[in-house]
Design a binder for this molecule. Structure first.
Ligand code: KIV
Length: 279
């Protein structure tokens, strides 16, 4: 059997070059990261979707640097092979290039991430270039960018007409030039995603962007059927864990109430006479 080694940028670039698909999933804690890492995932993203699927916020906007670093550290401890990406939260990279670089550095220094991800197109190229220049690998994210969904008019597919398609393609090219090592394409029509994928050196990772991207990403809570609030069209549920977990919790509550748990096999049984002489 071939020895598995840690995924690196050259490994991911090689996958694009040879037409092998790159796999990415989100993780937010040690246990999930461990399972997907051992299952063979190429890259793990600690997405700021953390805010919605783990922390219970209504959007990704309130997520802080401290929350991201905390969860990235947990995921790092469960990850041996996958390339680990930390998602920069809203307002951690928009105010100045200097602040963006300092915050990006924290993901590498404090949390042990291999790269950071940030949302935005052409307007982020200067920030990306500054990070790349000092050795911080950056993943871009264009199309639907949830941190600024309000100014995009909501959670909508991006690049549907010629003008907005050109804007997405120009952004992809600008980020590629600036040195991003991968590019997430979220909610982009399939033909545009294909054109972008063919036009850039870096691998593209699609989420709601069709099958022609160099790889795919899903929010793992969606894939596992754990997030009930809404399910976007692009999600495929590979498991439906919500009902199984619900059932397990309900049975536990019933058994504790009825005194049928713990049973003898869950108990450290002691003989009556072992306690003789206990005062
Ligand atoms: O935050 C996140 O999970 C993401 C993915 C949807 C790409 O950005």
């Amino acid at each position: 059997m071939e020895q598995r080694s840690k995924a690196t940028i050259p490994y991911l670039m090689d996958k694009k070059r040879t037409g092998k698909k790159i796999t990415m999933l989100t993780a937010y804690d040690y246990s999930m990261a461990f399972i997907m890492d051992q299952a063979g995932i190429d890259t793990i993203l600690v997405g700021d979707s953390l805010g919605m699927v783990v922390l219970g916020y209504n959007s990704t906007v309130p997520v802080t640097m401290e929350e991201m670093i905390h969860h990235c550290k947990a995921v790092r401890r469960g990850t041996e092979y996958a390339f680990l990406i930390g998602d920069m939260p809203f307002m951690s990279y928009q105010t100045s290039v200097e602040e963006a670089v300092r915050n990006a550095g924290r993901f590498l220094k404090e949390a042990g991430c291999d790269a950071v991800k940030l949302e935005g197109g052409q307007e982020m190229a200067e920030t990306v270039a500054a990070m790349v220049r000092i050795g911080i690998p950056v993943v871009g994210h264009i199309g639907l960018t949830p941190q600024t969904a309000t100014s995009l008019g909501g959670f909508k597919v991006q690049g549907k007409d010629l003008t907005s398609a050109q804007k997405q393609l120009d952004s992809a090219r600008a980020l590629d030039q600036a040195g991003t090592c991968m590019l997430v394409l979220e909610c982009v029509p399939d033909k545009l995603a294909k054109k972008i994928t063919e036009s850039v050196r870096m691998p593209t990772i699609g989420i709601g962007a069709g099958v022609d991207c160099d790889g795919q990403v899903l929010v793992s809570n969606d894939l596992l059927g754990l997030f009930k609030k809404f399910t976007p069209k692009f999600v495929k549920k590979y498991a439906d864990l919500f009902p199984s977990i619900d059932e397990a919790f309900r049975t536990y509550i019933e058994e504790v109430a009825a005194g049928t748990f713990p049973a003898v096999e869950h108990t450290f049984v002691m003989k009556e006479h072992d306690l003789e002489g206990l005062k």
